[in-house]
Design a protein around this ligand. Structure first.
Ligand code: ATP
Length: 219
């Protein structure tokens, strides 16, 4: 069975989620208060509906409760974003992801029970900055204020050595959780796995340890 999602708010962020979900073969109900925005998605989404999602009866009549995961991508109108999240929570939606505008917005969203709060602009800024500082860091995903997962290009310096020889966890405090090798992904690689030049290492650790590893181990 196809996965079913609802996306509320069809700005650039919400719109790109709709397109990608459809690309990934999911069913998507796309909702916006603006009929022009909804028209744009009529041919793309499985269903595109004009509705004001701060109106509880409108939400109920759309049968949103039956969808497992709802994304609230209402940007500037913080009040509408909070009210919508609250209504979704009240009608018993299982999982709610909300785009936050700032830290205060996030705090309120968490208090009222949003399961996942995202800051797309801030997170993308962090990823791009990390990639700018080091060409070896391909991607960077914050897990908390201090811990992250990074995708790091292996270097000539590491190539040919096994994980046990490199003793990365003891020396740098980071764990290699997977290795991307071409199209292949080696999850939880064994200690005897030999690193190859073109490998991409997926490492998890504190930000400080990840940067120490990137500086000391690769150059
Ligand atoms: P992005 O940065 O994602 O491009 P944006 O600035 O385009 O965001 P906004 O215009 O702030 O985003 O909001 C996204 C969408 O949410 C808009 O298309 C807007 O019409 C819609 N929206 C706002 N309030 C409501 C509401 N109460 N119910 C449904 N949709 C709403």
């Amino acid at each position: 069975m196809k996965k079913e999602f609802v996306v509320i708010g069809l700005g650039r962020f919400g719109g790109s989620i709709v397109r990608e979900l459809i690309e990934l073969d999911a069913d998507v109900m796309a909702i916006d208060i603006s009929s022009e925005r909804v028209d744009e998605y009529a041919q793309i989404a499985t269903q595109a509906v004009v509705a004001d999602t701060t109106d509880e009866s409108a939400l109920k009549s759309l049968g949103i409760r039956n969808f497992g995961h709802v994304v609230v991508a209402i940007g500037d109108n913080i009040q509408a974003s909070i009210l919508t999240t609250l209504m979704l929570k009240e009608i018993g939606v299982e999982k709610i992801t909300v785009k936050a505008q700032n830290d205060y917005h996030e705090k309120v969203l968490r208090k009222i029970g949003a399961d996942q709060v995202v800051h797309p602009e801030r997170d993308m800024g962090i990823r791009i900055a990390n990639n700018m500082v080091s060409n070896n860091i391909l991607d960077y995903l914050e897990l908390s204020d201090e811990h992250s997962i990074a995708e790091i290009k292996a270097s000539d310096k590491l190539a040919g050595a096994t994980l046990i020889e490199l003793n990365i966890r003891a020396r740098y405090g980071v764990n290699i959780v997977a290795i991307k090798r071409g199209k292949q992904i080696l999850v939880s690689p064994k200690a005897i796995e030999k690193i190859q030049r073109e490998d991409v290492l997926i490492v998890i650790g504190s930000d400080a340890d990840i940067h120490k590893f990137e500086k000391k181990a690769l150059h």
